[in-house]
Write a protein that binds this ligand. Structure first.
Ligand SMILES: Nc1ncnc2c1ncn2[C@@H]1O[C@H](COP(=O)(O)OP(=O)(O)O)[C@@H](O)[C@H]1O
Ligand SMILES: [Mg+2]
Length: 251
């Protein structure tokens, strides 16, 4: 059977995924602070817009105004797409407080309320006909109540997959944590991509690994990537060996 796939559009990434993320998968994008999770997510959505695939970004960590600024710094100006109705930002950050928030179309009045968030998200997905969704980050939803993590992710998964979207759930882990955001979440997700930043010989090195991806084979190697003002570029033909001393080698 041929697997329908959604291209991340991130240079090098689709090679690692054997063509892209299988359609309707809900992928956990996990990593510590500054590892590039938000940029990866922006690029995923932007690539979709360029391919004519509408998208929705759920902002839980930053003001929607800041998200637009962040994206435009890479040359990804989403405002024309918002105007023409193929892109939407769900504001789950401001609770509708402040002047700028009044101009937002999709506002979650109480971001703690997952039911409410799902209602607004559903509306945004329907309005733009979203094929791609990013939630940045899901960790924020259950930070105060970790026991609800699995239930929250399962709820989101049902909605996102049910509406036919292929989604990225950003998951924050601490700098030293080996996992991806907790057992409930990790098992519920269809895929896990982990971004890392490691200090080796006084230098920070970026790498990523696809830990899990339902419906496809994928690279089992840790690949280096870089962030520039054009976004993320992954090197599918190079591997990073994290050990006592780090080596980047031709695969
Ligand atoms: N224009 C750029 N060129 C190179 N690196 C950048 C650029 N913009 C941001 N970065 C890097 O990306 C990091 C932030 O990425 P981000 O996706 O916001 O991380 P996360 O969401 O995982 O916390 C910064 O700490 C910086 O190292
Ligand atoms: Mg971020």
């Amino acid at each position: 059977m041929v697997v329908e796939r959604v291209k991340t559009g991130i240079p090098g990434m689709d090679e690692i995924l054997n063509g892209g993320i299988p359609s309707r998968n809900v992928v956990l994008l996990s990593g510590g602070p500054g590892t590039g999770k938000s940029i990866f997510s922006y690029q995923y959505l932007w690539s979709g817009l360029r391919l004519g695939e509408p998208g929705v970004f759920v902002a839980l960590e930053e003001h929607p105004v800041q998200v637009r600024i962040n994206m435009s710094q890479f040359g990804w100006d989403v405002r024309p797409y918002e105007r023409q109705g193929s892109f939407a930002i769900v504001d789950a950050f401001t609770s509708g407080i402040g002047e700028a928030a009044k101009r937002e179309r999709y506002v979650v009045r109480d971001p703690e309320d997952v039911g409410l968030l799902v209602d607004v998200l559903r509306e945004a997905i329907r309005d733009v006909g979203a094929k791609r969704v990013v939630i940045d980050s899901v960790s924020t939803l259950y930070l105060a109540k970790p026991v609800l993590a699995r239930r929250t992710v399962m709820t989101l998964k049902r909605v996102l997959s049910g509406l036919g979207t292929t989604s990225i759930l950003v998951s924050q882990v601490s700098v030293t944590e080996r996992g991806f955001g907790g057992p409930g979440v990790e098992h519920a997700a269809d895929g896990i991509i982990r971004l890392d930043l490691d200090e080796v010989d006084g230098e920070l090195v970026r790498s990523l690994i696809v830990w899990k991806m339902r419906g496809t084979r994928h690279s089992m190697r840790r690949h280096p990537f870089e962030i520039t003002d054009k976004g993320i570029r992954v090197y599918p033909d190079k591997v990073v060996r994290l050990g006592r001393s780090l080596r980047v080698e031709q695969a």
